[in-house]
Ligand binder design. Structure first.
Ligand code: 3HC
Ligand code: NAI
Length: 727
């Protein structure tokens, strides 16, 4: 838990030991405190080094134990940190790997800090809905000043050793033998006065405009937090460091920590942390899982189509240091694609340079642009990102099947189409898989990985490993129209549009959803994505356009309610941001400021008049419940259909792909916190009011869970009906 040993005659080394990341469980903290006391009491020990086992200092407090922590519990870690600082002998932190959260707090209690060049430090607590609670909010501002402390504590970003040195968090960087160098330093400084090295005794560096800096920071984090409490509480704690003596600042930190720990937000964010890690451990309905399948190495990949998605995918692959072939259909598109990729890579390189990382990612030798399918002969994996058109995709896969080497993996970036239909035209359907990136593909962290009927475990393992290599979160899902993310999005968007028919304005719906914490409401999102995308899909499905049977009522398809509003907008060329108008009006085509549009108000009133709809006032509660519960309802159906293997899969998809607010834990977690009976009763109410909207009819699986007494989320899948045996 924390091994104590002697290094030479006068130095004691305490090594934190708790695989895999040396989390500071109560046993580790206790052993650390004992080690420090032992060294203090031993007159032959002149100095102490604290380090971590397996090349990692520590990833901080053990997050798993937070759920059992009582808000009144005294933080033992904070006491140990101050015990370290009070030690009569110099204590040196030897930081390898990571010193995060409580790990960094331990290091700040030490009198000196040496870090390996690849080490990362930071205070990611804010991302878990809490704040650094072992005196970190009081020591860091004293060490590096208010502006830098505000940045690190409110964003939770990790900084590399080089930046940490510049900021003054660490005293020295070494390229190797970190612990040995720390032992040397400890021996050298033993006997020197420790007062100047104790951070708690330092004043916070004064700035003439401190008040203004703090209030500006508050305004900034509030705007960005969209309802998250922890960034604001972090600022309160830092303010306490400025205004109060150390001990009183620590009291304030504790009070704020207790408040956050008891909040639902901390629970939601910690659930999201573990959900992100749980989805890596995928299982197929057959029982095959990550444990037994192994990924194949991917050295060279190809991307077909360099449009909105393809260019971002190429950028991601190049950043991951793969050899990449980028293919387009004609010279003009190839030139446009090349220019777009080059500027994305330059942008990435400048970002990396700013954060002190090596930026050799623009190496043109790794990237080949071509019109020739023959260039794909030796690639290990292909990602197709051409137009969303089944006939075209089949043509491409047919070609790939004959040109690529037989062991190559063939991936499609389709956002909704049938993976099995695409795989069927190839001679190796078990090597075909969906890899659904999100726009912009070089930024968004989600990769929805779709297994077809024939997809092999090796292909799945390879796609999941590709996600990790690209620094994305891969979530394995089953094959159905829209998969998980877009299938759940459809009823959400449908409700938003029905609400316009009934009397809302787009900005009212967006404001309600953004007030809940989404980055963008449905109408701003649709305008950004382009309204023509959905229009093409609806035309393809025969819901509008030439394939629609003559005489079909305008607002009905079969017996279901249908809104032709988005089709009418597209017929007027209102495709969204790119056209300068859609649900909103923009300053110019491609403009980004969404302004309410009087034209649309008139259009909506005329539409309602034509169809005999009496506009009514719809309150925020109804807007939110109809949009979100329709989406959640589909989530229950997706679990019942075994398209997602656990609620965590859905929640991670929504957090990383659709901007669901992390402090609400994802749609399924949200349902579990507001209570399944509540969700069910609201859906029942709305479906009675709108019997022609099937997506408001509660999923039988939701009803079943409620009938079972609403078991906790982790038990839901055990109640999914197993498919009947084939025997
Ligand atoms: N507590 C408990 N378990 C932790 C943990 C922690 N602080 N950090 C990581 N783990 C677990 C993960 O859940 C995972 O478990 P699993 O194998 O059962 O799924 C395992 O350790 C490995 O983690 P990753 O898969 O994330 O490994 P990576 O190598 O990709 O990343 C890491 C390592 C960068 C350290 C990353 O795990 C991480 O960011 N951890 C969280 C760091 C953090 O938020 N620290 C603050 C904690 S709160 C705190 O310290 C409060 C204090 O102020 C009082
Ligand atoms: P896009 O229209 O921006 O780009 C498609 C590109 O494919 C064009 O550059 C076109 O020239 C090229 N192309 C067409 N036929 C080709 C051929 N035979 N050979 C080589 N290149 C060819 O489309 P976008 O938006 O990038 O979408 C691509 C795929 O990704 C679609 O399947 C779409 O559904 C999916 N997708 C789109 C998202 C989005 O937000 N745009 C999000 C996630 C998935």
């Amino acid at each position: 838990m924390a091994q104590y040993r002697r290094a030479g005659a006068a130095v004691a080394v305490i090594r934190l030991h708790n695989a895999p990341v040396n989390a500071l469980s109560s046993a580790v903290v206790q052993a650390l405190a004992q080690g420090v006391k032992k060294a203090d009491l031993d007159p032959s020990v002149k100095a102490v080094v604290i380090c971590g086992a397996n090349g990692k200092f520590s990833a901080g407090a053990d997050i798993r134990t937070f759920s059992s922590l009582q808000p009144r519990d005294r933080p033992a870690l904070a006491e140990t940190v101050s015990l370290i600082e009070r030690s009569q002998k110099p204590v040196v932190a030897a930081i390898e790997g990571v010193a995060l959260g409580g790990g960094l707090e331990v290091a700040l209690g030490c009198h000196y800090r040496i870090a390996h060049a690849q080490a990362r430090v930071g205070f990611p607590e804010v991302l878990l809905g809490i704040l650094p609670a072992a005196e970190g909010t009081q020591r860091l501002p004293r060490l590096i000043g208010i502006p830098a402390a505000l940045d690190l504590i409110t964003t939770g970003r990790h900084v590399l050793a080089a930046e940490a040195l510049k900021l003054g968090i660490i005293d020295e960087i070494v390229k190797e033998n970190t612990v040995e160098r720390a032992i040397e330093l400890a021996s050298k400084v033993s006997g020197q006065p420790l007062g100047p090295r104790k951070i708690s005794l330092k004043p916070v560096p004064d700035l003439p405009d401190m008040e203004a800096i703090l209030s500006e920071a508050l305004v900034k984090v509030k705007r960005k937090a969209r309802g998250r409490l922890s960034p604001e509480m972090c600022i309160q704690a830092i303010k306490a460091a400025v205004q109060l003596p150390f001990a009183e600042g620590v009291e304030k930190e504790r009070e704020l920590f207790r408040f956050l720990l008891g909040s639902g937000q901390a629970k939601a964010q910690q659930y999201a942390f573990f959900a992100e890690r749980a989805v890596e451990k995928w299982t197929m309905p057959s029982g095959t899982s990550w444990k037994t399948a192994s990924a194949q190495p991917i050295r060279k990949a190809a991307v077909i189509g360099l449009g909105t998605m393809g260019r971002g995918i190429v950028t991601s692959l190049v950043k991951a240091k793969m050899l990449v072939v980028a293919l387009e259909q004609d010279q003009k598109q190839l030139d446009i694609g090349r220019e777009a990729v080059t500027s994305l890579l330059q942008w990435e390189a400048s970002k990396m340079q700013q954060s002190g990382q090596s930026q050799d990612i623009c190496d043109p030798a790794r990237l080949q642009f071509t019109l020739d399918f023959g260039a794909l002969r030796d690639v290990d994996l292909v990602i197709e990102a051409v137009f969303e058109d089944m006939a075209l995709k089949k043509e491409i896969f047919r070609k790939l099947s004959t040109i690529c080497k037989p062991e190559a993996f063939l991936c499609t970036n389709t956002s909704a189409l049938d993976i099995d239909e695409i795989a069927a035209v190839t001679s190796h359907p078990h090597q075909v898989i969906g890899t659904h990136f999100f726009s912009p593909a070089h930024v968004m962290k989600l990769l929805e990985v779709i297994r077809g009927h024939h997809t092999s475990p090796t292909t799945i393992a390879t796609a999941m490993s590709l996600a990790k290599t690209l620094n994305k979160v891969g979530v394995l899902v089953g094959n159905c129209f829209g998969f998980v993310g877009n299938r759940m999005m459809a009823p959400y968007v449908e409700q938003a549009i029905f609400l316009l028919e009934e009397g809302c304005k787009p900005e009212e719906v967006d404001q309600a959803v953004e007030g809940f914490g989404f980055h963008m409401g449905p109408f701003r999102m649709l305008d950004l994505a382009g309204l023509d995308v959905g229009w093409r899909s609806r035309k393809g499905q025969g819901l509008t356009g030439p394939k629609l049977a003559p005489g079909t009522p305008a607002r009905q398809r079969e017996s279901r309610r249908y809104s032709p509003l988005p089709d009418f907008l597209c017929e007027q060329g209102r495709y969204g941001q790119k056209a300068g108008k859609g649900w909103y009006l923009y300053e110019k085509p491609g403009g980004r400021t969404a302004n309410p549009d009087p034209w649309l108000y008139n259009f909506l009133s005329e539409y309602r008049e034509t169809h005999g709809i009496k506009a009514r006032f719809v309150d925020q509660e109804e807007i939110l419940e109809r949009c979100l519960y329709a989406l959640i309802n589909e989530g229950f159906q997706i679990l019942a259909d075994r398209i997602a293997s656990a609620p965590e899969d859905i929640d991670v998809i929504y957090i990383y792909g659709y901007g669901w607010p992390t402090h609400r834990g994802g749609p399924m977690f949200h349902a579990s916190t507001v209570g399944l009976p509540h969700v069910l009763s609201r859906l029942q109410k709305y479906s009675e009011a709108h019997p022609d909207i099937p997506k408001l009819q509660p999923s039988p699986f939701l009803k079943k869970l409620v009938a079972l007494g609403s078991p906790p989320l982790r038990e839901w899948v055990s109640h999914v009906r197993q498919p009947s045996s084939k025997l």
